[in-house]
Design a protein around this ligand. Sequence first.
Ligand code: NAP
Length: 282
Amino acid sequence: MSTLMKGMEVAKAMKEGLYTQAGELKAKGVTPTLAIVRVGESPDDMAYERGAIKRCEGAGVAIRVCAFPKDVEKGEFESAFLELNEDPEVHGILVFQPLPKQLDEDFVKANINPLKDVDGMCTTNMGKVFSGDHTGYAPCTAEGAVLLLKHYGIQIAGKNVVVLGRSTVVGKPLSILLLGENATVTICHSKTKDLDQVLRRADILVVAVGVAKLVKASMIKEGAVVVDVGINVNAEGKLIGDVDFDEVEPKASFISPVPGGAGSVTTSVLASHTIQAAFSLS
Ligand code: NAP
């Protein structure tokens, strides 16, 4: 039987430190504040928003939700975004993606103040992650997956780590963060040949694909550490991961469940980045 890596345990461990840091800022008259920019009301965004509000407020971070209707005009959206970007009382900005077709994600990426870009979407922060400069912000989910491994005492240095998925928001930055921890990293994607064989070489396997139950027990090494970043909704409306948990769990040494695993660390990292942003901007 494997050990479950529970995101809530990491969140609990981070909470006190974050609350103390937020208190230091408040003593200086600064309330660390995160603006959430949401267009429309997709159930995924709404669920993430509720989780972020709860986690951030618990850490002493105020939230300002800037919600727009799905058909908001480009000009209206962009001027509201620029106002937030200039607002000295807003320290972090999180923009839910993808944006509807009439809006331009590149505008946001090009204009967001890198010091407020707490989910690491702009090229400045991406460049910092890739060059090992710790003054930038990595995407929260990618950083959260590394924190989850560290919290459970998993040795990363020298291990063969396979990251399945190469998106800009998860797979790529996560691979670089793990490389920074001295892992030997292999990145896999939909064109990888002999995927099963490559995955079976992993001491640590991190999966961020978006295909329910893609990873089966036959694809992992006995005793591997498995982090499942995937979030999928099954026919019954239940959240499930990219890893076939029931099959893989008995074979793994450590495994993160879905829900309650890697995803639960994301919002704590978001709170942490917002506090860091408030320190650097005030
Ligand atoms: P994405 O942008 O769609 O990227 C998916 C990646 O998986 C791509 O690199 C793709 O390869 C690869 N892939 C797809 N099908 C594959 C297959 N059959 N075999 C091998 N590789 C395959 O997705 P994402 O944004 O990275 O998200 C991945 C998952 O993480 C989703 O379930 C998402 O909901 C979840 N997620 C969770 C959080 C959180 O916990 N807070 C945050 C973000 C995302 P190609 O590049 O070749 O197309």
